[in-house]
Write a protein that binds this ligand. Structure first.
Ligand code: NAI
Ligand code: AKG
Length: 439
């Protein structure tokens, strides 16, 4: 039972932002699934900390005007939501997708702040992006868009201020264009972005780190329950950076990966997808046609379907927010899914989360499952500051160790729910730091 202060604060925020459904979904989840005891209530109330912590420090919103290949001026909207820099510079990815809006970026920035607090590394939380759709755009158009975006953003970021990285549709190529423009405008070579190519300050493992980190977290959980990944079957959604690196590492560890998907449908193979299929998708420079890939590798193609009808031990949604709803959760639970690991940010709707949390299956939230990416980014920031790159093996070992520590943080805070354990750990830490730093 939460105190009147907590309830009133949440109600005030709901009143202020009633049209921002994704943002309010995270606010509700953080409060509904945290152990807020008397001591934490006092800490939250002391400097009106909860109200300050749930809302971003600032939102930068700007117009991005760019020239398409026909010399026509196109206009998009760009944002950077700087949520909190209590424990380090603002840090979080950039997303280019037509569905991007202030609510989506506010949910992502709030989640990022809690995620980053869990890593134990000195990074605050932020998120940004634009409602730009890269589908069908030429490489030159993508470059000009990135340059126009950075021409607005550069004055708000920097290695000690705010360090963006990639997210949906922002990969190594886009980070290269964004970094090039930042370097020109600032006349400065600094680690103001992560996810860079290795040849100009990128870190080993950053590309693979989110997906590999998901698998390292899964292995920690399975070890706790005395099970092995090599005995497990997985349904994975998406076929981007996160999904493919989860698939690659899981197959390498002997697991059976049964599905991949995109917004058109789902590819499945009961005996498991081959490492070769995943490698081909990872190497593809263009957006892959999954239907064709299914044909080529003897897999089934299910037009318009999601992967959640499959009978598997582990479900790993790795595409986008709210892609797995209550009905999908019911099917998975009826089929006796044992574990659900959120690879994407907030892929499960509130009713799906409630069903998983009430069930005997084990649910692990995005903020602990997919934090491998931002962990490797923080390592990249460290390497840039030292002007000294680290080896693949060193970064990979540090990533594994950090994922294990995060698993321990969850366990120490709540043994029966990873969600409550994670939220409680981060909430306590952030509010403690906020109180130490005054108003
Ligand atoms: N890239 C990173 O380092 C990190 C990414 N994430 C999260 O992981 C998720 C995926 O990101 P990335 O793999 O980086 O993006 P990406 O752009 O590489 O891939 C996204 C994939 O999702 C698919 N997709 C989009 N909407 C879909 C839908 N409705 N149904 C099925 N598939 C759909 C796309 O076809 C694409 O294959 C996002 O939620 C992102 O915020 C989280 C932590 C770090
Ligand atoms: O590497 C980063 O800074 C951002 C990663 C990210 O966007 C995420 O964790 O959702």
């Amino acid at each position: 039972m939460n105190s009147p202060y907590v309830k009133n604060t949440v109600n005030k925020i709901k009143g202020l932002y009633q049209h921002q459904s994704e943002y309010l979904q995270v606010v509700d989840e953080l409060i509904d699934y945290s152990d807020i005891d008397e001591e934490l209530t006092q800490a939250l109330e002391q400097n009106n900390g909860l109200e300050r912590l749930l809302q971003p420090d600032r939102i930068i919103s700007f117009q991005v005007a760019w020239l398409d290949d026909n010399n026509q001026v196109q206009v998009n909207q760009g944002w950077r939501v700087q949520h909190a820099n209590l424990i380090g510079p603002y840090k979080g990815g950039l997303r280019f997708h037509p569905s991007v809006n202030e609510s989506v970026l506010k949910f992502l920035a709030l989640e990022q702040t809690f995620k980053n607090a869990l890593t134990g590394l000195p990074i605050g939380g932020a998120k940004g992006g634009a409602n730009f759709d890269p589908k069908g755009k030429s490489s030159r158009e993508i470059m000009r868009f990135c340059q126009a975006f950075m021409t607005e953003l550069y004055r708000h970021i920097g290695p000690n201020t705010d360090v963006p990285a990639g997210d949906i549709n922002v990969g190594t190529r886009e980070i290269g264009y964004l970094f090039g423009q930042y370097r020109r405008l600032q006349n400065q070579f600094s680690g103001a972005l992560t996810g860079k190519e290795l040849d100009f300050g990128g870190s080993q493992v950053r590309v693979e780190s989110t997906g590999y980190g998901v698998v390292y977290f899964i292995e920690n959980v399975l070890e706790r329950f005395q099970q092995k990944l090599s005995n497990m079957s997985l349904a994975i959604s998406g076929c981007g950076n996160v999904a493919l690196h989860v698939a690659e590492k899981a197959i390498e560890q002997g697991a059976k990966v049964v599905t991949l998907s995109n917004s058109d449908g789902c590819l499945s193979r009961e005996q498991g997808l081959s490492a070769k299929l995943v490698a081909q998708l990872l190497q593809s420079k263009e957006r892959p046609n999954l239907k064709e890939v299914a044909k080529q590798f003897g897999a089934k193609w299910h037009q318009g379907a999601k992967p959640w009808q499959q009978n598997v031990d582990i479900a790993v949604p790795c595409a986008t927010q709210n892609e797995l709803n209550g009905d999908d959760a019911k099917v998975l639970l009826t089929n006796k899914v044992q574990y659900i690991f959120e690879g994407a940010n907030m892929p499960c709707t509130s009713d799906a989360v409630a069903l998983f949390e009430q069930s005997n299956s084990i649910f692990s939230p995005a903020k602990v499952v997919n934090c491998g990416g931002v962990i490797a980014s923080a390592f990249e920031m460290g390497q840039n500051a030292m002007f000294y790159p680290e080896s693949y093996q060193t970064v990979d070992e540090k990533l594994k160790k950090t994922m294990r520590q995060i698993h321990t943080h969850c366990m120490e805070n709540n043994e029966s729910s990873y969600l409550i354990g994670a939220n409680s750990f981060a909430l306590k830490k952030l509010i403690h730091v906020m109180n130490l730093q005054g108003v």
